[in-house]
Design a protein around this ligand. Structure first.
Ligand SMILES: CC(C)(COP(=O)(O)OP(=O)(O)OC[C@H]1O[C@@H](n2cnc3c(N)ncnc32)[C@H](O)[C@@H]1OP(=O)(O)O)[C@@H](O)C(=O)NCCC(=O)NCCS
Length: 177
């Protein structure tokens, strides 16, 4: 879908439990696009209560965060970092993010990712951000590279779609000051 506007001003802030329904609805819409994540829509069991728990866990976490992007009070994107659960991995934060298809390409993802990096730099706990992205996801790859992420490895034919086609998995990382 083409963006409705050329650029948008967004407010990025930590998610609150009341955001759970809108986050969940966006998550389901993006999974239904069928192109960007390994989970197929009917494999996504999460409900509002589970999303509320995720938001609360992130708010208590030193090495995790859940941010939302709002445009004119509508939730248009989110980004989550989940920190490692063991002493030897707790410095690594795994990133996942998505933006509403109606406002892609107008800076929402950039605003979210800039805020995630700013958060990580101030966390005192996360020293590496990492993520996985499909090799065909050129917009996401461009966004991550713009913010200093580099390719760490590539897993060929890691995923198989229902039509029998394969997807390579790109691992990316960015060290945090
Ligand atoms: C990937 C995603 C989060 C990026 O967010 P976004 O709001 O569209 O990104 P932005 O508008 O901030 O654009 C960021 C950069 O991406 C690149 N970009 C934007 N539109 C693009 C397009 N149509 N094709 C290729 N690159 C593009 C540009 O480099 C841009 O930076 P610039 O405008 O300074 O040149 C978003 O498109 C999305 O949610 N996609 C579906 C879900 C997804 O792929 N999530 C990530 C899974 S790993």
């Amino acid at each position: 879908m083409e963006p409705a506007v050329q650029s948008v001003s967004v407010c990025v802030e930590p998610a609150v439990p009341g955001d759970a329904p809108a986050i969940l609805a966006l998550h389901r819409r993006v999974l239904a696009e069928g192109q960007w994540f390994i989970t197929e829509p009917d494999e996504f069991p999460e409900g509002v209560d589970a999303k509320v728990a995720v938001i609360r866990d992130a708010a208590r976490s030193q090495n995790g965060v859940f941010l939302v992007a709002r445009h004119q009070h509508a939730l248009v994107g989110w980004a989550q970092v989940v920190g490692g659960g063991r002493r030897r991995t707790r410095h690594v934060g795994r990133l996942e993010m998505m933006v509403d298809a109606r406002v892609r390409g107008v800076g929402v993802g950039s605003a979210l990712l800039a805020a995630i990096i700013h958060w990580a730099e101030g966390s005192g706990a996360v020293y590496k951000l990492s993520l996985n992205v499909f090799a065909h996801n050129v917009r996401a790859l461009a966004l991550y590279e713009k913010y200093g992420f580099a390719e760490e490895g590539r897993r060929a034919r890691e995923y198989r779609f229902a039509d029998g086609s394969w997807r390579d998995d790109v691992l990316m990382f960015r060290l945090v000051k």
